[in-house]
Design a protein around this ligand. Structure first.
Ligand code: GCB
Length: 866
């Protein structure tokens, strides 16, 4: 899929330099005007957030640039700041950064998703420009997680860079780049709640006397508690202090429905009372518990956790996404009615956790140890550092309830057919060892949080005992997609629950791929139709809410996201989102809103993507209506179809559409929703209501092609007076997989047209009336090298017969292509279009005469010329 990038220049967002004066502590965001180069010869000016993979991770060339990127920028430091301590802070650089100031190396950091900083004081020149250089590397590195995962590892400096100048006494920045203080709670109940704060102070000069001032303010800004503490600091000492507030009586509790926040403010002042440094944090009083039998409880009340996973990237931006856009995600997730987000598979921007505090969304956050581990000291060390950074930087957000550290750690092992049994056992042992260490570390650093881990459908998580390490185990389950049937979910979970009754469970991932260009009245497994997406999610929701022991479920994924090697209906993108890659909601988003959000009456008619729906003769087409009401009344073109009971937030109605514009109106007692939908009703195949007719050969679904603005209808066996194949079979389709060629097809954006095809079709008839027609035929050679893409259905490759395929193409006995040999004449997986104009008095018959192998064909488009 060639990907055209329209860079939106959000100048106001990226060029701003923000100065925050915290008395004497000063933070400058230095995002604007960096020089960037891939080779140190050619430089361009860029702004942070930046990545060099926005384009190449989506083009027709396999792979994307994983290597070095160089950044440099000059910053002026005035002599008025020469008594300060200066830090450079990077909020995230993927994935390894080496930082230089004025030509001298100041430090190196490994890991692409957490913040780090360096004290650069001794490298600076005052009243002068100082050169900051950063060498960034996103190459595969066996010592840095993630080693392997289903998302694109965009390289670059993609979160804010800050230049921080501090007086000689300040809140420490040295504890894994945390804010230098940690909020803990004690005795939290409806009646009372206590706060204790651990503060880390660094003193960079002779002994000093300072004061700590801590205040708790309510949501209106009223001070409700205050603590002072005088501190004596020895020369060059780093010291931690604990300040304990007396309990607050009758606190307002924090929950998704009532996310009441208090504020903590901390200032550090010198002997004269001059403020040196200040910090603040949200405070939220809440307590969370889990019960293997009864599920999740917040503040003593049961809550079914229902929400989404989120990846951080965004169409056309890679991971370098303006924060304002990212914040809209959190708002969309809240508006859908979610009460939980799993920030997968790595820590996301901290501002988003702030928003979760404010909006009332419970957070599961984790570090990116995904699919496999390396048995090296370095890998273990980086993993430990990452979890330290993660917990210390994200500790104070009341929304963060769960800290995790591994996802599907045995995935590669499960698909490994090269290693010996001994090697596999060794890998299990190493993974388990790391898991134990990280579990211990997490419990030690975050004793009041719930520890979590997610696994995939495999007994190895039970057999090794790894699933019993965390307090809550998440299953990522794709029944009805990669595995068996939608209905198997509940059976699997019941079995697990029976076998491991003490283990608390969450369904941490589930969902099918869905492309808004694909729709069908007959949804099938692995067809990427939005209809199948609706079917799976609606069933999963019921299966989970029917089971009290399940703490909850988080859909995979909130939004479509970049995964370079994927061959979904839109290649390079994992399309399991509830919203598209540009965040336009798919219909399923509104179904979730209907089932989860009862704040206000809501109706959605799921027709957003039915572009140029075609129905034949007296056929109907099923339309889903989503609502949080109990009953809805439906009219079609003014005819009352009746009152319908809404079950599981959905009503499905077979619509007897007329040709042309149809109006559907849905009303409940107090609201109504009306949409109009264009329908092509074809009573006879006469080309009167329509000029063009497209068929998606080998497919059971319709495909709307935006470029040509036409919907290719699903295929059928020949019906006299209409169209269809005389012989041939749908290539690569099985009962478990209804996408023929799960690959990027070069030279086209219309993958679903090419990915489904007929093989061995020697004759195809289209009974058009007499006249002149332009005909386009679409082809792709499906025989390709096998891949190791484990995300495109377990173990199946799309390699067909190994012989070459040569055939002559005839339209009504006119030879339009002789000895057509796609493998010979075109690159691999290349979409080819043949065009012809004909005059016919006997309909259209396509003949693909085999010379060698079985002929293939992907689609037909016919245009009546007069
Ligand atoms: C999983 C992984 C996730 C993938 C997802 C998928 O189980 O945890 O990273 O993206 O499956 O879509 O296959």
């Amino acid at each position: 899929m060639p990907h055209v990038i329209h860079k939106i220049q959000t100048l106001s967002l990226v060029l701003c330099v923000v100065f925050t004066f915290n008395s004497y502590a000063q933070t400058k965001v230095i995002n604007a005007g960096w020089q960037f180069s891939e080779d140190k010869d050619n430089w361009e000016t860029v702004n942070i957030p930046h990545t060099w993979n926005t384009d190449d991770a989506f083009d027709d060339q396999p792979g994307y640039r994983r290597g070095l990127g160089y950044y440099k920028k000059k910053i002026f430091v005035s002599s008025e700041a020469n008594d300060k301590i200066h830090y450079l802070k990077f909020n995230a650089v993927n994935q390894e950064a080496t930082v230089f100031v004025n030509g001298q190396k100041v430090g190196n950091h490994k890991g692409g998703y957490t913040a780090f900083n360096f004290d650069v004081t001794k490298f600076l020149n005052y009243d002068d420009y100082n050169l900051v250089e950063v060498t960034v590397d996103n190459s595969h590195d066996i010592d840095i997680p993630p080693l392997d995962a289903d998302f694109t590892f965009y390289g670059g400096i993609y979160r804010d860079v800050e230049f921080i100048s501090l007086p000689k006494q300040h809140f420490s920045l040295k504890d894994f780049a945390s804010d230098g203080f940690y909020v803990n709670y004690y005795n939290v109940s409806k009646e009372k709640a206590g706060v204790k704060v651990k503060v880390l102070i660094d003193n960079f000069e002779d002994k000093a006397n300072t004061h700590l001032d801590l205040k708790i303010l309510d949501a209106e800004g009223k001070i409700i508690k205050e603590e002072h503490q005088g501190l004596k600091l020895k020369a060059n000492e780093s010291k931690s202090f604990e300040v304990i507030f007396p309990e607050i009586q009758n606190p307002k509790l924090w929950s998704p429905d009532h996310p009441y926040l208090y504020k903590l403010s901390i200032t550090l002042a010198d002997e004269d009372g001059t403020v040196l440094d200040s910090k603040s944090s949200n405070l939220g009083f809440r307590w969370a518990t889990i019960d293997a039998e009864k599920g999740f409880f917040l503040n003593g009340k049961p809550i079914k956790l229902i929400g989404v996973n989120r990846h951080q990237d965004y169409e056309n931006y890679g991971n370098a996404v303006p924060l304002e856009l990212q914040k809209k995600d959190i708002q969309l997730i809240k508006n859908m009615g979610s009460n939980i987000i799993r920030f997968a598979h790595y820590p996301h921007a901290r501002a988003l956790y702030d928003l979760c505090d404010e909006l009332g969304i419970i957070v599961w956050t984790e570090i990116p140890i995904v699919n496999k581990v390396t048995n090296s000291e370095a890998f273990f060390e980086v993993s430990h550092t990452m979890q330290n950074e993660h917990i210390k930087q994200y500790y104070n957000y009341p929304s963060v309830v769960m800290f995790g550290y591994m996802n599907e750690i045995f995935l590669r092992l499960a698909f490994d057919n090269k290693s010996t049994e001994k090697e596999k056992e060794a890998l299990k042992t190493t993974s388990l060892k790391l898991a134990r260490e990280l579990e211990d570390l997490t419990r030690q650093l975050a004793p009041n949080h719930i520890t979590v881990m997610a696994g995939h459908l495999n007994e190895v998580y039970n057999d090794t005992g790894i699933a019993d390490l965390p307090m809550l185990f998440g299953w990522n389950l794709y029944f009805g997609w990669y595995d068996a049937h939608i209905e198997d979910l509940g059976k699997f979970l019941d079995d697990q629950h029976q076998r491991y009754p003490k283990r608390s469970l969450l369904l941490s991932e589930y969902g099918p791929g869905a492309d808004v260009r694909i729709f069908t009245k007959n949804p099938k497994k692995f067809d990427f139709s939005t209809n199948y997406q609706a079917k799976l999610h609606q069933s999963y929701y019921k299966q989970i809410t029917d089971r009290p022991y399940m703490t909850g479920m988080t859909a995979w994924n909130f939004a479509d996201f970049g995964s370079e090697f994927r061959g979904d209906a839109m290649p390079h993108v994992n399309q399991k989102g509830l919203v598209q890659y540009d965040r336009t909601p798919k219909d399923i988003y509104y179904w979730y809103k209907s089932v989860l959000d009862d704040n206000a009456p809501f109706i959605h008619i799921a027709t957003d993507y039915l572009k140029q729906l075609t129905v034949f003769e007296d056929d109907t087409f099923p339309i889903q209506i989503y609502s949080n009401s109990k009953e809805v009344n439906v009219t079609l073109n003014g005819d009352n179809l009746g009152d319908f009971k809404v079950e599981n937030a959905v009503v499905s109605i077979e619509m007897p559409f007329k040709n042309g514009n149809n109006s559907i109106k849905v009303s409940t007692e107090n609201i109504s929703e009306e949409i109009s939908i264009m329908v092509n009703r074809i009573k006879t195949f006469d080309f009167k209501n329509f000029k063009r007719f497209g068929i998606n050969l080998g497919a059971h679904f319709h495909f709307y092609d935006e470029m040509q603005n036409i919907t290719f209808v699903s295929d059928q066996a020949y019906i006299k007076g209409w169209f269809g194949y005389i012989n041939g079979t749908a290539f690569g389709m099985t009962k478990d997989k209804n996408q023929g060629l799960p690959h990027n097809i070069k030279n086209t954006n219309a993958e679903p047209l090419f990915q489904t095809l007929l093989e061995g079709c020697e004759e195809y008839k289209i009974d058009v009336p007499n006249g002149n027609y332009k005909i386009e035929l679409y082809f792709v050679e499906p025989q390709i090298k096998p891949t190791e893409n484990i995300y495109n259905l377990s173990g199946q490759t799309s390699e067909s017969n190994k012989t070459q395929r040569i055939f002559d193409v005839y339209i009504n006995d006119i030879l339009v292509e002789k000895q057509f040999n796609l493998a010979q004449a075109y690159p691999e997986k290349y979409g080819v279009t043949l065009q012809a104009t004909i005059n016919t008095k006997k309909g259209i018959t396509l003949k693909l005469k085999a010379i060698e192998g079985l002929p293939v064909i992907s689609g037909v488009l016919i245009e009546k010329l007069d």
